[in-house]
Design a protein. Sequence first.
Lengths: 157, 1289
Amino acid sequence: MPAFSGLFPHQVRLPSGLKVKKMDLPSEHCVLIVDDDPSIRLLLVTFLRHKGYQVLEAQNGREALTAMCAGHPDLVVMDLVMPEVSGWDVLRERAADPLLLRIPMIVISASNTRKVTADVLDKRVYAVIAKPFDLDTLLTAVENCLEDPSGLAVEAA
Amino acid sequence: MARTKSSPRLKDKRARAKAAESPKTDLTTPAARVVAVGASAGGLDAFIELLSAIPAGTGLAFVLVQHLDPRHDSMLAGILTRSAAIPVQQVTDGMHIERDHVYVIPPDREMTMSRGILRLAPRTSQVPHRPLDNFFLSLARDQESRAIGVVLSGRDADGSAGLQAIRDAGGITFAQDIASAKFDVMPRAAAGAADLVLPPREIAKQLVRIAQQYDFPTIETDVIPEAGEDAQAFERILQLLREQYQIDFRLFKQASVQRRVLRRVLLGGFAGLTAYAENLQRNPADLEPLHQDLLIGVTSFFREPAQFEALKTSVYPELVKNKGPDDSIRIWVAGCSTGEEVYSLAMTLLEFLDDHADAPKIVIYGTDINEKALEKARAAFYSERMIANVSPARLKRFFSETSGGYKLSKKVRELCVFARQDVTRDPPFSRMDFVSCCNVLIYFDLSLQKKAVAMLHYALVPDGFLMLGTSENLRGSTNLFREFGTKPLIYRKQAALGRGGTTEFAVPRAARPKLNMPPVAKPPEADAHDGADSFLVTYLAPCGVLINDQMQVIRFRGDTNPYLSLVAGEATLNLFRLIRHREVLAALRPAVRRTIRERVPVKSDDILVNDDGQRRRISFEVVPYISDPSGPDLYWVLFHDRGVVPARKSGKARGRDRRVDEASEVVALRQALDAVVEDRERLADEAGAAAEEAQSSDEELRSTNEELETAKEELQSANEELSTLNDELRNRNATLTRMNDDLENLLAAVEVPILFVGVDLRVRRFNTTARALFNLDIDAVGRPLVEVRSGVDVTILERLATDVIQSNTEADVEIQETGGRWRLARIRPYRTSDGNIDGAIIALIDIDTLKQSVLTAERATRNASMLAEASVLLASSLDYETTLASLTRLSTAEFCDWCAVDLVNDDGTIRHLTVTHANPVMRELALQFQEVAFSEPDIAPGAPEALRRRTSVLLSDIAEAKLSELRPDAKITQLIGALGVKSLISVPLIVRGNILGTTTFSSSRRRYEHLDLQLAEELARRAATAIDTALLFREAEAANRYKDAFLGTVAHELRTPLTSILGWVQLVKQAPNMADQALNQVEQSANLLRLFIEDLLDVSRIREQKLRMDLADVELANVVRSAIDIIRVSASLKGIRVASEIALSPAPVVGDPVRLLQVVWNLLSNAIKFTPPDGSVEIRLDRRENEARLSVHDTGMGISSKFIPHVFELFRQAEETEEHSPGLGIGLAVVSQIVKLHGGTVGAESPGIGQGSTFTVMLPLALPEAEQIASGSTVKSGRRSRARNPMPE
């Protein structure tokens, strides 16, 4: 599977309020899946496409940030523990960048979710979903989030 | 001897006449001598032994006095009858005593004797009953010197006083020899009063002998005749006494003197006075008993108790009248004997003065002529018998009991001064308020009494008191005194008469050295004779006499017999009494007078004298002779024989001649008469003129003389008093010298330094040890205490001594010498015997050992409490940085100036954990000190050395430690100076054999000793333990954290594949068309899960050492290839290149092929996991010597150097890579354990983060032995094989 690639320097910022039109994508909403585990990534991509979403995927934080800066995703579903640039790194980058903060974020983690929930409280994360998760739960979170991204529904399944 | 003997002798005769008057007595038979024999318990045997040895006819009469049971009749007389040769009878009242009879006292009766008659009376109620004393006393009174007393066996002291009375009366006394007595109490008590101490049989012999001696007329009458052999002997005895003792007993009452001499004759068993006198001449030592007898002092304490009470009421009040505390009452006891009366007066006077405030001082002079008695008086020590009359109250107050008797207290003794003085001869004392002269005068004859009384009169102040004995009076001297009281007999000096007694005062002035000795013609000096001789030779050597102006012949020259003769009457050398011819005398008188008057020679005409029928002519001349201008005027009277007038041939011629002769004699006589008349007339004229002149000058001289006399007497009195005082002082001085010697020796023997200081705090006395301690020299006495230079702080001593003296308290203070030695300064007031404080005594007792022990104990206690505190502190927290800082503060307060704790880091560097200085300003310097010390560890003292040697370092004194390496300019040296480091302790902190660091204590004041080191070590031990505990706790905590993280990791690793599996399953349910893809994914994830779980199980097995190994020969190359096959897919998925270089020859290793595969796979997948896409992983297998070497290199994230040592530890991985790479960390631990189980090693290297890493595994090859030996070729072959078999990929 061709990974999303391309070098977008982090300092490049899109003008505020401008919505990048995803011309080549069939669905209205585009979800970015970030997980280093290929199996889980494949599962989520397959599932969300099945549900009609446009799906992008990244296998670590660096690829995720690239995609986010490019303005593609309407929502990011991200694992935390990843080699090279971790999910935590992404959250820190995003917190420092108001533009990135506009992209809602759902965290999925195999770690102790209670601790994670506490740690991401100030990172404007829409929801924290513990692995292993129910696909419907994830779907509900994704739908709700896309419907009302401002409502924080940080939740652990 | 023709003195005043008459009166006592008459009295004696009267007494005997009275005795003779009794009707029953045969007038021709002398009265019986009465022998009183007393006994008590055990007396019967003694009586029998005594009486059986007495034959009949001795003339003695025995009166036996025995203690008898008052309720029974006595059998004594009956029993004794059988043993005695003379009749024995029991006494009835009024019985006359007869010679050769024995009289026995009846029971329950008081027996006395009066005028030779025995009297019985009912017993008085007096207790204890003393029949012996009673009878003996009455016998002594009745028979006086004729009494004989014997005391035999008995159990109480009855009889001794009576025996003394008999002896005092001049009688003879015996006591039974103690050895022969059944009971010795009575004879022992009586022995002091006995003349002879013998067994009863011997007493009987002596009695018989004495009875025989009574037959001597002199002894029988008790009077020595005035002339005859006995008189001469007596005179000789007195002469001997005079020569020996300078006491003229001729002046004493002759009757008593004679009695006592005769008593000695009796006692000595001499044949008579002559024999006795001869004996005395041969043995002058025998004079002493006689001398003592003659001076017998009858005295005792409170002899007449009523008399002393009377003194208190009558005389003493007069004495204190008009006397203030500065005045003194002066009392003189003349004839004090052994001092009892003196002390009695002193005691009563002290009692009297008890009620008087401001009592005057008391001085009592006791004098006697008996030196022996005075010695006793001075000693002031009396036996129990002697103090019988002293009341218990007085005994308690004035005496102290010592062994064998009682001693007068110092208070009484000090009032009394004793001296030898003869009241009749020596100058008296003067200004006495009270003179006691009891029972002295009775020993003197009348003239001597008068002299003595005059003396006493002189000694008294006007109105002074004189006390005499009861049987004495003033006789003729009543004009000097007036009576004051009769009981006691007291007179007062007639004040008005003043020096009225002076006229009778001549004797003592006249001849002090030789009293009334017969005048002995003293020849003039020898050279005078020679001059006189030569003079006479030139003067044709006539015969003649040399006379003085008193007509006394001084020298006879030539044959003066024809001119001089001795005449009857008093012996004299008066020339006029010696002239043989009255014709010569008639002419000589005027001639001598003229020569004396005019100092011219006078020559007489021939004088015709009739000499034994011959008629001779004699002439004389008187020539003044001046041999020495300062000497007396002397005159020669020289006689010349002018030849015999020839006898006539015939009667006629004779008659004519006679006429012629008579005529010429008449002429001569007329001429002589004319001369005499003329002489007389002229003398009368001269006398008239001289008389007038004399009368006027006489008046003058008389008054002058009077004055001089007075002055002289006063001087003599004063002199006497002074010499008395001098004697007393000499005596006391001797005592004092002795005491001083004792004291000196005592002080020297006591090895404690002792110092006496006066009230003025000047050194008064010190002993030898004190001399050494205080550096005193001989002349230090008198130096102020503060000026004493010593190791002891004298200012403290001075202050204490001042307190002690002022407050009359005691002080004990511990002080320290300069050398550090401890001493107990014990300061006591110096109390004089009268209770005043006169300085202080300082004793400095060496208590160093004790004190050191106490200090050690105190320090140990302090150390223990400090350690306890330290323990509490250290246990209070596991934060050892804080607790150690507190600990240093604690020890800084108690133990040191500054304290530092320095820890050794793992890499050997030093961490200055904490430094505390008592003075916070100095803290920085102390820190510098430690820094410098560790930077110059070879020369710096303390901590570096402790660290190096792993033992404590004690530098008691840095200056003494001779740190020769320390250059003066070294920084550490400067810091030592700046910090004032004097003493230093460094202790290593060692726990379980590991050295953690050091603690250092430093002081500028203390000198650390072994004990301090112990404390420091103890502190260090606790500190080290605390640090160790804290470190262990931290490790445990860390391990715990790692474990938590590990569990989190495990959960994460389990959830990840589980998520995948569950997700795919759910997806398939919704979209069954995706089943194939889903099943693949599920299978993959399930495999991952299984591998992970196996890893976990391995970890568990390894931890429990239960990892199972199936050993076989394994070709590593195959294993490596299999592993590469397994990971190739995932590597290519991630875009990582895998390269391999397998150069190992077919030599196998012994191992479990599955486990070895696990090792390789783990290393490879680990490398892939940590290597980003586009990275590469290289695997290489080759041979190093006898081992196979497998290395895996990646271009991944690398490992920090800090983490490398922990790479292979369980759970370690998670911490470092938490956010990025879970799921690792177990793997490397498993690798490491498996390799170790195969006998190999595993290592990790990395240049740093992001620069990749290399893991290397070494495994021993299962080589044949030959190949192992040639290890070098194996390497070569390894290289060859690599060259032959390049990596296929």
